[in-house]
Design a binder for this molecule. Structure first.
Ligand SMILES: Nc1nc2c(c(=O)[nH]1)N[C@H]1C(S)=C(S)[C@@H](COP(=O)(O)OP(=O)(O)OC[C@H]3O[C@@H](n4cnc5c(N)ncnc54)[C@H](O)[C@@H]3O)O[C@H]1N2
Ligand code: MOO
Length: 552
């Protein structure tokens, strides 16, 4: 990337919390951060000199970003999507710059500035999370109705042949030998009306003699002696002079025609699926067909979600500086879709003792907190982890958004994932740390790596991975591509709500056509956001003119 791509205006940054790099060194995300904060770019127009004053240290920051800034000469206007000077919603682009790479453990408190540890590379963080636990808990027996989303702990072995008897594949007649056939009346047929014949679910009937036929329904057991099934539309019944009836067919009915032979799909004892398979609705269907009432599966991991923030409202419109909790309603169903047992998220007051008590009392495999991961005056997650003597495994990840996310071990098999409060940053933390950890706990296989080419270039962070909401789009030449969406700022959900996946953008960005790793959502295979490219009205997340991802 060139400076020009970041705006091209060198200079103008007069202060950063951890030092004062030269114009060349400065993290271009400062500009976006300022815009995201609704202030102004931390840069000056060429020739105007540094007309910006920036706090050199935040009042309670511990060597991190988010410096407050003010600008002489205005610039406080909030971002508007139609701003011609905003090639790609810069307000969405970023939060703070990368943290310094001091590996010293974080030991400070809100009032005690301290060095922050190095942010872990994104792929490393995912691996650490996946390996934080040795594996899944003991398998258990689960009724079919309880097994959806679990992982099979034992192979699914057929308890019966499928089909378990020779079965008619069509409505028509079971026939024995070459036609025409004398049409038998089923033994249990009523005296009047057309004979219904052998119905599905009926017990065995008498053998069919050579040259005879009998009406039969799809799914009914083939009588012994029958050689084929003649479809109802392929036969003609004629009355005989003696009161009997005869069945004619224009073509011969070769042996086996329209008969599903017993064991065609499997024999009893055949392995249908190996251990380790995810129990999907289709697996439940197969298990039921194969004779199962219950499955041997791993228990679902149990998660508890604590939503921190006195500013959060549970209902109604934002008011008096307070906002709606966007994470509570999102996280529980997201966890359910990942096969996790999660109760309704619990809002917790911004109070250290309250958080301590909640974490100390929780028995969940994984506690997920939202907010409070940074070093603000009421950010209690780090101090509480120290108070609990928890082992911090990941403290900050080199990913945008979401870099303050963390993973800690509360007890040998109990973990905490701290999600940042900014909603898209929280999703980033969920997919980076919580999902791999929960996957291991649920004995699910790692998601199959999935890649697709970009429909438009995406700008990268200089050092960190970016996770960018993308939507699938069919391209005549390239086939399936992914279109980066707008509204991908750390505090925004509009982009991800219209997305099919998060694209993993390497540091430095990616050109159009580059194949990127994708993190799919647990519902994206079957759910659609309901948008189509031709509905991409200006301003929508699909608006192609805004699709480059810009400086995020
Ligand atoms: N001095 C520094 N300040 C901040 C840094 C930093 O490195 N140094 N990082 C910034 C980044 S990046 C993020 S992300 C946030 C993370 O902050 P916290 O995890 O402590 O979260 P909060 O401060 O509690 O909230 C941040 C933001 O998100 C809103 N929020 C919180 N919970 C919810 C929710 N359930 N639904 C909707 N919105 C929520 C909250 O109101 C704040 O606006 O820290 C930056 N600061
Ligand atoms: O604003 Mo932060 O980067 O979202 O995690």
């Amino acid at each position: 990337m060139t400076d020009g791509e970041w705006g091209g205006e060198a200079g103008g940054v007069v202060g950063r919390p951890w030092g004062e790099p030269s114009a060349e060194e400065r993290d271009p995300f400062d500009d976006a951060l300022a815009l995201a904060n609704g202030t102004a770019p931390l840069r000056a127009r060429p020739g105007t000199g540094p007309g910006i004053t920036t706090a050199t240290s935040a009042p309670y920051a511990a060597g991190a970003a988010a410096a407050t800034s003010s600008v002489t000469g205005g610039g406080d206007a909030p971002y508007t999507p139609d701003d011609p000077f905003s090639p790609d919603d810069p307000a969405a682009t970023r939060s703070g710059p990368s943290r310094p790479t001091d590996p010293t453990p974080h030991t400070g408190t809100g009032s005690d500035p301290c060095p922050t540890p190095a942010a872990v590379p994104w792929h490393t963080a995912r691996r650490l999370a996946a390996r934080a636990v040795p594996g899944a808990p003991e398998p258990e027996t689960a009724a079919l109705g309880e097994a959806l989303g679990r992982t099979l702990a034992a192979p699914l072995t057929a308890l019966t042949d499928l089909p378990s008897f020779d079965t008619s594949a069509m409505d028509g007649w079971a026939v024995a030998g070459p036609g025409p056939w004398r049409l038998d009346r089923p033994a249990d047929a009523p005296e009047t009306g057309p004979p219904s014949g052998i119905l599905a679910g009926h017990a065995s009937t008498a053998a069919l003699l050579d040259g005879h036929a009998i009406p039969i329904a799809t799914g009914a057991r083939i009588p012994s002696g029958a050689t084929a099934v003649l479809r109802s539309e392929q036969g003609e019944v004629r009355e005989l002079g003696d009161g009997g009836r005869r069945l004619y067919a224009p073509r011969p009915a070769p042996p086996g025609q329209d008969i599903r032979p017993r064991g065609q799909e499997c024999r009893r004892g055949d392995q249908l699926l190996p251990a380790g398979c995810l129990v999907t609705p289709a697996v439940l269907g197969l298990a039921a067909a194969a004779g199962y009432d219950e499955l041997t599966a791993y228990r679902r991991p149990r998660a508890e979600v604590f939503v921190l923030g006195d500013e959060l409202l549970g209902h109604g419109l934002p008011r008096d500086g307070r906002i709606r909790d966007a994470l509570g309603p999102m996280l529980a169903p997201w966890l359910h879709a990942l096969g996790v047992e999660a109760a309704a998220p619990r809002p917790l007051a911004d109070d250290a003792d309250t958080l301590y008590a909640a974490l100390a009392e929780s028995t969940a495999d994984v506690v997920i907190t939202t907010g409070g991961t940074a070093s603000g005056p009421v950010d209690h997650v780090h101090p509480t982890l120290r108070r609990l003597d928890a082992e911090v495994l990941v403290d900050g990840v080199a990913v945008r958004p979401g870099h303050p996310m963390l993973l800690a071990r509360l007890a040998p098999r109990r973990h905490l994932v701290g999600l940042p409060g900014n909603p898209l940053a929280a999703v980033s933390g969920l997919l980076t740390l919580a999902e791999p950890l929960l996957r291991t706990l649920a004995a699910r296989r790692p998601a199959a790596p999935y890649r697709a080419p970009l429909a438009a270039a995406v700008t990268g962070h200089p050092q960190d991975t970016r996770l960018v909401p993308v939507a699938y789009r069919d391209d005549e030449r390239r086939g399936l591509t992914v279109l980066p969406l707008r509204f991908h700022g750390p505090a925004m959900l509009r982009g991800i709500a219209a997305a099919d996946a998060l694209a993993v953008v390497p540091p430095g960005g990616a050109e159009r056509g580059t194949e990127l790793e994708l993190l799919e959502f647990p519902w994206s295979a079957g759910w659609s956001a309901g948008w189509t490219p031709d509905r991409s009205a200006a301003g929508s997340p699909y608006d192609p003119t805004e699709a480059t991802g810009g400086r995020a």
